[in-house]
Write a protein that binds this ligand. Structure first.
Ligand code: ADP
Length: 749
């Protein structure tokens, strides 16, 4: 800490290719620095600004980074800079930094930019010595800045960096791609056409692979795992042909920019088009998505990833723990992490080398288990028809049911479950209309093509409702299990689904029919289920809220206005907090915390003083269940009456638009991954004389199963939410970045 008091300045720059979410990172760094008593400087246009100096290095204050969360690109500019690749360029950069008293740098860029930053750090002492030797600076400067500290964040839409699950911009790029492919699918299906879609990713197939997993594409080509056949073109065409014969109306092939064959030869989208035209005689179009993928407003995930990483980067510097070193901030399983920068860069280079050396097994292994698992799932999905059942194999009869409110991604999960189950030789059945349908026996067999086109579709094709069976219902359900010979049950849904599954599980001693494997898959926008940090549908709802709030904010440019926005979530504040973080709300009201009259008085005082100081917009996000009496209308009326003459107040109750919409890529990917694991689970447990009952979930980045027995102890039944909620730890960061604290001087909202 002692060194910190000597140097309280830090520089932030964005470098290399731009990525959506960089602005949120800049905002978080600037505001967190001010909160932690450091002075932030923006270095404009990446390393070019550092080499040029002068007005390219500017002091930032709280207000300079206001209103940028929703903007794509980077407001401080980014560039590629050849001069910084030379020692002379870096000498000038060092001189400019010490002229501004800066020896802490936060760099947001790709592996090139981060490697450059580390070289600069390693040379720092010798650069300063040269500046002294050539009379450009005084000796005591070296003593004042003995080391350079680097903290990196990865801004790259390709998700091509090791040491972090996600890079800044990748989720948004995937949003752009998936929206485009959904649109292309509808036109392709109308004309029965084939489309080749080229997506970015010169050295990493992440975008192509995840787009294929999310959209129901028919073939995908990525650099890490080229087709392992010499005549892969024939194989691809025969699969596409068979798909058409089975009833698919379109064929979509996704090609990563860096796709190669197994000899390392480029596979271009034009080549794929030629193959399809020649071998299939199909009218084929190529769409190269190009820079669209970099553009547009960042997704909720990218905003929050950047915000949390930016905050952590400043914390690392402020703590003094990383002084003189080079670290990288990333995320692993929803948690922000610090890793030694060069370890991450070197590991990234290993993947690239493995691809170059055509060591594809190693490349896939280095990408990690969820990448390979996604690839395996895609390979099943793209099949035109399932593998036929093996001779003599036991064919199970597995049923899928929903429970609770609709959640975007439910259809994606059912599609994945049906296709994987059928491909493994089993009979899949759909139970319509949730537990009501189970009681009534509304059950049908689902084949491979019955779920065609379901991947991108919002809503719940099978139907869902909040019915929880009681009394005589159990008898009816038991009879239907026997009648339809159901040997395993996948329950996809929210609180009602979990509760119902638990009921069946605990009544096994009364109804022997319930003695089948049961597994629950979390699907609710509320994200209020135990055993999973995220549930399917929550990401889609979060993005819907964030898009709506962006529009609401824009509607008020000319007036002084405070909005009270009400969001769903039932008794769980996840959507309120995360949407507040992503939109820069100054206050979020969470059911976990409740709200008192005193709180409202304090909030009102803050609003009054903010608007008095020239603030133009107030944004409060209120969860629907925060308080029965202090309703959204009550709060709005209170603020309006007390804020008379200073500002007016409007409410926006977002309502059901949060449950609708097509699922986001994240929800689709997780739905497919979890459903695939659930089917494997049911097949395995069906062999067991005492089959299990579990719920699946994502925990710290891993897919884990928790026994249904544990449900009661894991939930706060009165408030219908898990006892432990990981995201509650984020609250102080949301608060710190939305409000200038007393320590921040000369601030504006
Ligand atoms: P990215 O950071 O997205 O990988 P680049 O590789 O183009 O993008 O790097 C961006 C900038 O970072 C370069 O123009 C250069 O200024 C700097 N840079 C990259 N690699 C190095 C290096 N090895 N040494 C010094 N500077 C580098």
């Amino acid at each position: 800490m002692s060194d910190l008091t000597r140097n309280k300045r830090l520089g932030i720059l964005t470098s290399g290719g731009d990525a959506q979410g960089m602005n949120a990172a800049v905002r978080a760094v600037v505001r967190a620095a001010l909160e932690m008593g450091l002075q932030p400087y923006a270095i404009y246009e990446g390393y070019r600004g550092m080499v040029e100096g002068g007005k390219m290095i500017r002091k930032m204050d709280w207000g300079t980074v206001g209103g940028i969360l929703h903007q794509g690109g980077t407001i401080i500019g980014t560039a590629r800079c050849m001069e910084f690749m030379t020692r002379e360029g870096r000498l000038r950069a060092a001189h400019n930094l010490i002229l501004n008293g800066i020896d802490n740098l936060i760099v947001i860029g790709g592996d090139g930019s981060l490697t450059g930053a580390n070289i600069f750090r390693e040379e720092w002492v010798s650069l300063l010595k040269e500046l002294v030797d050539t009379g450009k600076t005084a000796q005591d400067i070296i003593e004042r800045h003995p080391v350079l500290t680097i903290v990196g964040m990865v801004g790259s839409i390709d998700n091509d960096m090791c040491g972090t699950d996600m890079t800044i911009g990748a989720d948004t790029a995937l949003h752009r791609i998936v929206t485009a492919i959904d649109a292309i699918s509808s036109t392709a299906a109308s004309h029965q056409r084939s489309f080749v879609v080229e997506v970015m990713g010169r050295r990493c197939g992440y975008l192509a692979l995840m787009a294929a997993l999310s959209t129901g594409a028919d073939w995908v080509l990525i650099p890490e795992s080229p087709p392992n056949l010499d005549n892969w073109e024939d194989k691809m065409c025969s699969v596409l042909r068979a798909g058409r014969e089975a009833g698919r109306r379109d064929s979509i092939v996704i090609v990563a920019e860096g796709a190669i064959d197994r000899y390392g030869k480029e596979i271009s989208s034009e080549y794929v088009k030629k193959v399809l035209e020649e071998k299939l005689g199909e009218d084929t179009r190529v769409t190269i998505l190009g820079h669209v993928q970099r553009g547009g407003s960042p997704s909720a995930f990218d905003r929050n990833l950047s915000t949390l990483c930016g905050h952590e980067a400043v914390k690392a510097i402020a703590s003094g723990d990383v002084r003189g070193q080079a670290w990288m901030i990333g995320i692993r399983g929803n948690r922000v992490t610090r890793s030694p920068l060069m370890n991450c860069v070197n590991e990234t280079h290993l993947v690239n080398q493995a691809i170059k050396a055509q060591n594809f097994d190693q490349a896939m292994q280095l990408r990690g288990s969820s990448f390979s698992e996604s690839f395996r799932i895609v390979r099943t999905f793209v099949r035109a028809l399932p593998h036929p059942p093996k001779p003599g194999q036991r064919r199970l009869r597995l049923a899928v049911i929903h429970g609770g409110g609709p959640a975007p991604g439910m259809n994606t999960a059912v599609r994945a479950a049906v296709r994987i189950g059928v491909d493994k030789g089993h009979i899949m059945m759909g139970i319509r209309n949730g537990f009501e349908g189970f009681i009534a026996g509304d059950i049908y067999e689902m084949d491979w093509m019955s779920v065609n086109g379901w991947a991108p579709r919002g809503g719940a094709e099978l139907g869902t409702n909040r019915k929880i069976p009681a009394a005589g219902d159990f008898y009816a359900i038991a009879r239907n299990i026997e009648k339809f010979e159901i040997q395993g049950l996948l329950v996809i849904g929210g609180w009602a689904a979990y509760h119902s599954a638990h009921q069946l599980y605990t009544q096994r001693h009364l109804f022997p029919a319930f003695n089948i494997p049961i597994v629950c898959l979390p699907a609710t926008i509320d994200n209020d289920l135990p055993g999973s940090e995220l549930s399917i549908g929550a990401d889609t709802a979060l993005n819907s809220i964030v898009e709506s709030v962006d529009k609401i904010k824009q509607s008020a440019v000319a007036s002084r206005r405070c909005f009270v926005v009400e969001v769903m979530g039932d008794e769980c504040g996840y959507l309120a907090l995360m949407s507040g973080l992503a939109t820069g709300a100054e206050r979020v009201y969470l059911p976990e915390e409740g709200v008192t009259l005193n709180d409202l008085k304090k909030d009102l005082d803050n609003l009054l003083s903010g608007f008095r100081q020239g603030k133009r917009l107030g944004l409060m996000i209120r969860n629907e269940s925060v308080n029965r009496f202090y309703t959204t209308d009550f709060m709005a009326a209170l603020f309006e009456e007390e804020g008379k003459n200073l500002f007016d107040v409007r409410t926006a109750i977002l309502g059901h638009l949060q449950q609708g919409g097509d699922p986001t890529p994240f929800d689709r990917i997780q739905a497919a991954r979890l459903a695939s694991k659930c089917i494997e689970y049911l097949i395995e447990e069906a062999e067991n004389s005492d089959p299990g009952g579990h719920f699946i979930g994502l925990q710290a980045g891993k897919v884990l199963f928790t026994p249904l027995d544990d449900l009661p102890r894991m939930v706060d039944k009165e408030h219908k939410r898990p006892r432990h909620q990981w995201w509650m730890d984020i609250r102080p960061i949301a608060r710190a970045l939305a409000h200038p604290g007393p320590s921040v001087q000369g601030s504006e909202g």
